[in-house]
Design a protein. Structure first.
Length: 56
């Protein structure tokens, strides 16, 4: 599945900015990831679906 994932660099930079601003606990980082998935649900779902199809 990791071969399918391409997170836009802008999104990576935004998350890193949050960490630099102090949001760096595991709970906060998990929230960052959950928020990203929620905001990009269709793309995330396509990765999951493609990964499932490749296992068959």
């Amino acid at each position: 599945m990791f071969e399918l994932i391409e997170v836009p660099i802008e999104d990576v930079n935004a998350q890193q900015k949050l960490v630099q601003e102090g949001e760096s606990t595991p709970t906060q980082i998990r929230r960052h990831a959950q928020n990203w998935v929620e905001n990009n649900q269709e793309l995330f779902n396509s990765w999951v679906e493609e990964a499932r199809n490749s296992e068959s």
